[in-house]
Design a protein around this ligand. Structure first.
Ligand SMILES: Cc1cc2nc3c(=O)[nH]c(=O)nc-3n(C[C@H](O)[C@H](O)[C@H](O)COP(=O)(O)O)c2cc1C
Ligand code: SF4
Ligand code: SF4
Length: 259
């Protein structure tokens, strides 16, 4: 077994690592951003995916990864973990259907409510205690899912047409187009920016560069919110106008770590 994830603020990585620790300690969780993934995927028949839903669908970077490696999925048994702030309808199913198209068999799905990575929209922010609680609830849910899987009865959240209708009419019909392409909407406030270069190093799309001494965003943003949540000057925004409160999984694992 192998774990494959994409994660902007750490929720999906943490969910996968927690799952694998309980289900198969030998299995490694690997990011789609790592080198040499193709060979590693070929070696395993069972794969657990973990990813953050964006408008009840798959982030463009992960969709492109699956499509680019389309020949690898034939005959694989896949279990899909979809993390979300609130609701996704068929988060696990939407990636499952894409993998099925390339010959994979979907053996189950798990939906986990976790802290919302969109940190520049006030309406989506929850108090610290609520976020800590949501991570604890996710851990408990993972434990139950692992137990069921070991008993040969994996959860099937997000799989099937009822979930699919919920995902489509609940969100994709209105917002699905937002992840069709990469975006050029990321904004960097050059007045606030202190030029630390962190955003350029951590962006999975190499979408941010320093041009003539100023940080500039390109048109290849996959909306993962990693840079927005990491910038020490809170100078980056995407959907909102101002960073309300930065969100990273570590903050909710050790209460005292990031206050
Ligand atoms: C652009 C964008 C769109 C999102 N859309 C949804 C959504 O449709 N439903 C939802 O419940 N959460 C949504 N979220 C929240 C994330 O799915 C959630 O916070 C996820 O756990 C982040 O995981 P990560 O830390 O692995 O990136 C969205 C986040 C972003 C950045
Ligand atoms: S992380 Fe923030 S402060 Fe650092 S270079 Fe990027 S925009 Fe500027
Ligand atoms: S620019 Fe920021 S939000 Fe966009 S892909 Fe890069 S790290 Fe993610």
């Amino acid at each position: 077994m192998i774990g494959i994830y994409f994660s902007g603020t750490g929720n999906s990585r943490y969910a996968l690592e927690t799952f694998l620790q309980m289900y198969d300690v030998e299995a490694k969780a690997l990011s789609i951003e790592e080198e040499g993934m193709t060979e590693k995927i070929k070696e395993h028949e069972e794969i657990v995916f973990s990813y953050p839903v964006q408008y009840s669908t798959v982030p463009k970077i992960l969709r492109d990864f699956v499509i680019k490696n389309s020949t690898l999925w034939g005959g694989k048994k896949v279990f899909i973990i979809a993390t979300m702030g609130m609701f996704s309808g068929d988060g696990a199913g939407v990636l499952g259907r894409l993998l099925q198209k390339y010959g994979a068999e979907v053996i189950g799905g798990l939906h986990l409510k976790m802290p919302d990575s969109i940190c520049d929209e006030k309406v989506l922010k929850r108090p610290l205690e609520k976020n800590i609680e949501s991570v604890k609830n996710a851990e408990n849910k993972i434990e139950k899912a692992v137990e069921s899987m070991k008993n040969g009865n994996p959860p099937m959240e997000g799989i099937g047409w009822i979930y699919r209708m919920a995902g489509f009419f609940g969100q994709r019909f209105y917002f699905g187009h937002k992840t069709k392409n990469y975006t050029d909407k990321l904004k960097i406030n050059t007045q606030k920016c202190i030029g630390c270069g962190k955003c350029t190093k951590i962006c999975p799309m190499n979408n941010i560069a320093c041009v003539d001494g100023k940080m500039v965003s390109g048109d290849k943003c996959t909306m993962c919110y990693r840079c927005v949540n990491h910038c020490p000057a809170q100078a980056i925004t995407l959907l909102g106008k101002e960073v309300v409160e930065q969100t990273l999984i570590e903050k909710y694992l050790n209460e005292d770590a990031c206050r």
